[in-house]
Design a protein around this ligand. Structure first.
Ligand SMILES: [Zn+2]
Length: 120
């Protein structure tokens, strides 16, 4: 992978990060607006369940955010695009589809089969 590719993936990862941040900020401001003044207890229940839904989303975003940071770190270290499992190349095509990938498709498939076998 050359410098130009790396730069492109870096920008893509930073864009993804920015999208999550603005998404979370919007969610947070919506939550604080909603929970401000609700007279009807039934409405309040709806807001509460909406809120736990939002928090779940944020848990998933949080995980993706960690993955993005790890990928950016790998770019700095010069190990980006190298499979964490076998040390081979992950491949540009796979990284284009999933810039945070840390395993090549073979290792990923094996991992998924293993997780399935373990019932996770
Ligand atoms: Zn691999």
């Amino acid at each position: 992978m050359d410098k130009k590719d790396l730069q492109q993936f870096k920008e893509q990862l930073l864009d993804m990060k920015q999208a999550i941040i603005s998404d979370v900020e919007q969610t947070l401001s919506e939550i604080s607006t909603q929970s401000g003044n609700i007279p009807d207890p039934n409405d309040r229940a709806t807001v509460e369940s909406d809120r736990s839904f939002e928090l779940r989303i944020r848990g998933r975003e949080r995980k993706l955010m960690d993955k993005i940071d790890e990928a950016l770190h790998r770019i700095e270290e010069g190990t980006y695009g190298i499979c964490d499992g076998c040390g081979g190349e992950i491949g540009i095509k796979r990284l284009e589809a999933r810039p945070v990938a840390e395993l090549c498709i073979d290792c990923k498939t094996k991992q998924e089969q293993l997780e399935k076998a373990q019932g996770r």
